[in-house]
Design a protein around this ligand. Structure first.
Ligand code: ATP
Ligand code: MG
Length: 252
């Protein structure tokens, strides 16, 4: 992979891009994952590549949901495994929620490649690996309907970052609390989920891990009135205001 100078103005963005490209070469990322990443980058630009106040609130609510769930599960796809495997493992440890590999594109060798990345970063308890996904989510026709009978199937709270709209909807219909991280506040996933964090997964995960760590003994301290539609509305407004300010100030 190429050398990116540390003082490059878009250093972090370029690093993430390299991770996705490397992930594609090692089969962790599906070709369509590159398109999804580009879509995410575009939305990130439109919010100034920073965590919005409404995303910060959604992260607190997500921590509360993790801490009060009986069977929380962390769903892992190729993009997330390529971008931040170390954060996924940390989140799993701090929340005692298992990682479950769940793929839309089940190309030969992908599951194994993702499992390898997670293990290299210290993951021990991994669900959804080859031969384990014998259960299925009702009313869903895509490959993502196949789930682990000890994981997503029996979970009451499922974390599905960078998820597809159809599956989010199906999981909500099964009565689960569905938490997502999705830079696009208008995506079907963002609108269907119980808790939508409109932020880059790279920025959101460290904050979520901190909130869970700091509130383990008193999750109630995190809880507040929560309305996902209101949070999404704040995200869209924040983007509009950011753009209006940039335009007004001729900040180019
Ligand atoms: P939906 O099916 O929910 O309507 P979609 O079909 O546009 O959405 P998918 O490919 O199904 O998109 O899901 C990927 C989502 O993840 C996109 O909304 C994209 O903006 C978002 N995304 C991509 N990269 C990141 C990232 N690093 N952090 C957070 N979100 C991201
Ligand atoms: Mg989709």
């Amino acid at each position: 992979s190429i050398e990116i100078p540390k003082d490059h103005p878009r250093y972090q963005s370029l690093i993430n891009r390299e991770k996705i490209i490397d992930g594609m070469h090692s089969k962790v990322v599906a070709p369509a994952g590159l398109i999804a990443h580009g879509r995410g980058e575009a939305f990130d630009y439109l919010m100034g590549e920073k965590t919005l106040p409404c995303a910060r609130r959604a992260i607190r609510q997500a921590a509360y949901a993790f801490l009060t769930a009986k069977h929380p599960v962390i769903s892992v796809n190729g993009n997330v495994a390529a971008l931040c495997p170390e954060l996924l493992v940390k989140l799993s440890e701090i929340s005692s929620a298992p990682l479950e590999i769940n793929l839309f594109y089940r190309e030969q060798g992908r599951e194994e490649a993702i499992e390898k990345v997670l293990r290299e970063h210290g993951a021990k308890n991994i669900l959804g690996t080859a031969g384990r996904t014998t259960a299925s989510i009702p009313e869903l026709s895509s490959n993502r309907r196949h789930v682990d009978p000890d994981g997503i199937l029996i979970s009451d709270c499922v974390f599905v970052p960078l998820e597809d709209g159809d599956r989010t909807e199906a999981l909500v219909r099964m009565g689960k609390t569905v938490i997502t991280v999705d830079l696009n506040p208008l995506s079907r996933t963002a609108r269907m989920a119980s808790i939508s964090i409109t932020d880059n997964i790279i920025r959101a995960l460290p904050l979520l891990i901190e909130d869970i760590k700091n509130n383990k003994n008193n999750p109630k301290a995190l809880s507040e009135d929560y309305d996902n539609k209101e949070i999404l509305s704040q995200a869209v407004r924040a983007i509009a205001e950011y753009l209006t300010d940039r335009a007004k100030n001729k900040d180019f």
